[in-house]
Design a protein around this ligand. Structure first.
Ligand code: HEC
Ligand code: HEC
Length: 222
């Protein structure tokens, strides 16, 4: 299971497959064929395998274990990729997520983003914001122009995050992180959060968390 090198000198392996005499070319060809076969058998879907460690925090069914861990199932692909890149480079830091990002291979970031973006966003059953909170949030959103980037239903697109139905505590935390630049990977978002009162941020987190937008999504989000 550890890869080809282990097999090369394994007499057990050789005996098992009745390999011909070491000097024959037939033997070399057979070895290569066996190695190729074993490679594909053990790495049936490497990204799906690698994505398994993510479930420890982001959830087996897309519902994260902690309220301050974001939903990544069904999040936009470009956005997921950029966050993995920033968490890996250290431009964005988090004590739980940074050590994980550090272990990922660069070439796996885009496939992981693609993998999670195609899963269905979970319904966290967060309550719809009361009318007064919704009105406060909508007016704050209109004055800063959030829908200009996060789009009308807060579904985001490409490299912009979906906010609708995200965990309320996570939204609150990450907006405050942007504001005090603990989350420093997007100075533009930090400036916008600083232009928003802390009362409005709390209303926005409650409002965005309670939005159900399945009916507005295209088939790519299932
Ligand atoms: C030990 C827990 C843990 C594990 C395991 C983990 N994550 Fe995370 N992840 C987090 C936390 C917590 C955050 C929020 C970071 C913050 O608040 O800035 C996060 C944030 C993210 C984000 C940013 C999402 C957003 O909305 O900005 C992405 C993308 C992500 N994780 C992908 C992954 C992938 C892919 C894996 C598996 C390879 C993984 N995570 C494994 C805890 C974890
Ligand atoms: C000019 C475009 C723009 C506007 C306007 C904007 N955003 Fe953003 N927002 C972004 C981008 C781009 C990101 C991703 C930043 C990054 O790379 O980390 C983001 C990220 C976020 C995140 C983090 C999502 C996550 O999963 O971690 C939240 C929350 C957010 N925005 C809320 C808002 C709110 C609320 C408003 C209005 C008050 C707003 N944004 C206005 C562009 C914008």
């Amino acid at each position: 299971m550890e890869g080809p090198v282990l097999f090369y000198n394994g007499t057990e392996f050789e005996a098992m497959f009745h390999l011909p005499d070491p000097t024959s070319t037939k033997r070399a060809v057979l070895l290569v064929a066996l190695l190729l076969m074993s490679g594909s058998a053990f790495a049936a879907d490497p990204i799906e395998e690698k994505a398994k460690i993510c479930t420890a925090c982001h959830g087996e069914t897309g519902v994260p274990q902690l309220k301050t861990t974001p939903v990544i199932w069904g999040q936009n692909e470009g956005y997921l990729f950029l966050q993995l890149r920033d968490l890996q480079s250290g431009a964005r830091k988090n004590e739980l997520m940074s050590p994980i990002a550090a272990t990922l291979a660069k070439e796996d970031l885009l496939p992981l983003a693609g993998y999670f973006s195609k899963l269905k966003w979970p319904n966290l059953q967060q309550p719809e914001a009361p009318k007064d909170v919704a009105a406060k949030a909508q007016s704050a959103a209109a004055s800063v122009g959030c829908p200009g980037c996060h789009l009308h239903h807060f579904q985001g697109d490409g490299s912009t995050a979906r906010l609708a139905g995200q965990q309320r505590e996570y939204l609150q935390k990450t907006m405050v992180d942007f504001r005090n630049r603990t989350r420093g990977n997007n100075p533009g978002m930090s400036d916008l959060m600083n232009a928003t009162s802390s009362d409005d941020l709390t209303a926005l987190a409650e409002y965005l968390a309670g939005l159900q937008i399945d009916q507005y999504l295209g088939s790519e989000h299932r």
